[in-house]
Design a protein. Structure first.
Length: 319
């Protein structure tokens, strides 16, 4: 199936033009869409997919957030829990309203594209997906996660989440969000109760990236390290000492890159974890340990372990 990228990009631009493109939030999603599409193509190319499939992956990136514009117009928010599922709204705009035909005439990939769009922001993919559909879903989900890190650094969270700076800096982190973070997986949207939950939740996205190229991109772009500099006035929140977390994270990466295999990488990361966390350990019977700077570094050491396989990725088969 031949995909005309110029046609698809024009269809998206024409649709977005119906909204206020001078609005920073509208522009945010336009720019995000183009970057996710490019990331989808890059990840697909790294998996040695044929050109037609690379184009199909690119198209899934163009389509994935079409519903965001209508979500913003109706509810003035990008928070699904306070409005509607933006993925479901994207499916409705594209497939229920028939706008998918603005992007391509061939309906042969409609089922795959619909599934990829519908599940791109879900906590987990359905078990029953066939291998090909799962592949494209995972490519899109990886690309979206990668650029969300960037969006949350480049764009003030106050603008994204309709919250004041004071409220954001005073925000605690929901205990259930911490539990998910320390379990090293993504955070359910329904668990988020406070503004700072978004910073923790978005940083946790890196735990579940699927492909080696995705890990390379995270390491290359550096947005994760900058997200570690999240500033707060709350003693129990992320990165109590702004400006210190990123250098420590980079040091962990530097150490692990000299490792020759997964076992030695893990040993090095464990050493770093102990060196940064042992001085802060206290036996507090019956009391939860605060969410301190040292604890965030200890958890990120495990995330960095996965990111650090970037030097070995070229030797690994695609997942």
């Amino acid at each position: 199936m031949k995909i005309d990228r110029a046609r698809a990009q024009k269809a998206f631009a024409d649709y977005a033009a119906h909204y206020n493109t001078a609005d920073a939030k509208v522009k945010l999603k336009i720019d995000h869409t183009y970057r996710v599409a490019a990331l989808c193509a890059r990840i697909a190319q790294s998996l040695a997919l044929p050109p037609e499939d690379v184009d199909l992956a690119w198209l899934s990136g163009i389509l994935h957030d079409v519903g965001r514009f209508e979500q913003l117009r109706r509810y003035n928010t990008f928070i699904d829990a306070q409005s509607v599922s933006h993925a479901a709204l994207s499916v409705a705009v594209l497939f229920d309203e028939g706008r998918i035909r603005d992007y391509l005439d061939d309906a042969g990939a409609d089922a795959l594209l619909r599934t990829a769009v519908e599940w791109h922001s879900a906590f987990r993919l359905p078990e029953a997906l066939d291998d090909r559909t799962r592949l494209f879903c995972q490519i899109l989900r990886d690309a979206d996660k990668i650029d969300i890190l960037r969006v949350n650094v480049e764009t003030p969270m106050e603008e994204i989440y309709n919250v004041s700076t004071a409220a954001l800096r005073r925000s605690p982190v929901t205990p259930a969000v911490l539990d998910a973070f320390y379990a090293h997986h993504c955070v359910l949207h329904s668990l988020k109760q406070y503004p700072a939950d978004n910073a923790v939740g978005h940083a946790s996205l890196v735990f579940e990236l699927c492909y080696p190229e995705s890990l390379r991109i995270v390491d290359e772009q550096g947005w994760l390290w900058r997200l570690l500099d999240f500033k707060t006035d709350n003693r129990r929140c992320v990165c109590r000492h702004p400006g210190r977390a990123a250098p420590l994270a980079e040091r962990a990466v530097g150490v692990s890159r000299y490792s020759k295999n997964a076992i030695s990488w893990f040993d090095n990361i464990e050493g770093l974890l102990q060196s940064y966390t042992q001085p802060a350990r206290r036996q507090t019977k019956g009391r939860r340990t605060p969410f301190t700077f040292r604890r965030i570094v200890s958890s990120y050491c495990y995330a960095i372990y996965y990111i650090c396989i970037t030097d070995k990725c070229r030797y690994l088969p695609p997942r």
